[in-house]
Design a protein around this ligand. Sequence first.
Ligand SMILES: Nc1ncnc2c1ncn2[C@@H]1O[C@H](COP(=O)(O)OP(=O)(O)OP(=O)(O)O)[C@@H](O)[C@H]1O
Length: 324
Amino acid sequence: MIELHHLTKRYGDKLAVDDLSFRIPEGVVTGFLGPNGAGKSTTMRMILDLDHPTSGEVTIGGKHYAEIQDPLRRIGALLEAKAVHPGRTAYDHLLWLAQSNRVPRARVDEVLDLVGLTAVAKKRARGFSLGMGQRLGIASALLADPQTLMFDEPVNGLDPEGILWIRNLMKRLASEGRTVFVSSHLMSEMALTADHLVVIGRGRLLADLPMAEFIKRNSRSAVRLRTPHQEQLLNALHGAGLTAEAGPDGAWEVVDGDPVVLGELAAAHGVTLHELSPQQASLEEAFMQMTAESVEYRTGSTDEPAPAPAWGAGWDNRRTGKEN
Ligand SMILES: Nc1ncnc2c1ncn2[C@@H]1O[C@H](COP(=O)(O)OP(=O)(O)OP(=O)(O)O)[C@@H](O)[C@H]1O
């Protein structure tokens, strides 16, 4: 269990981490999500005591990192995949780590096998691809068989096979009862990996909830209806036991509606429709909406506000009928 209490980090004028408090429990994969510059890496560095909080604190199993004896046995981390001496072989890198942390030599072969690097164990790290570098970083994190694991953007730059491998590894580690904390800026990836979700933007906590809850709230489908005959449409819907929500631009949205049924209903009541369109908000859109205010860097092409999903933070405010 990792616990953050009002964790704050300031670099000069820049508030990189702003009063973060949350817990990362055992036995589940906790996804740590935020756009670039949100403060994810800074938070992870503070957990490992590589950076000192301006205020607040963070503990691992109730202790500060600096108080932990044999920290590699308690927490393993992949922060910077290329943090390996380029002239060292994968085997020598792991052996050096094992010997300096009183880990038996036999464990080096075990973790090389676990991450699929046995065949290239005697190759120097400078010739490693990004994926091999990530696997070596993960082998280092797993070397002392720690109870807590932390991975900063582990799927960055990996091919689909590598992504699937990391995803399954995280799940397996969590199922063994470990604490698994993994950062990403991709909601779609986290939706497939994490059981719990912590979202930050500009250093602040935006959400801390089970992934299933996030998906339930943000992946509903709806049908958008637009008509010059609003009153007749609402009456027809009401008569059919359906509720509509006022959508953007004067359109109406029927959550979980069937476009065929709604089209027939409108026709039967002589309601002219100018639009009848099924909508499906993606989780990525919901995440972008949640963090839209806190995106630090934008390219020209994404300079527009993040696309609004059919429903987002203000979804409940637009509700007009009773929940169906
Ligand atoms: N050593 C530092 N000195 C000054 N500012 C820093 C330092 N480290 C990070 N920052 C700033 O703190 C903010 C948070 O950065 P951080 O790297 O933690 O974000 P992140 O969520 O990990 O982003 P990314 O996904 O781009 O890695 C950014 O604005 C960054 O520029």
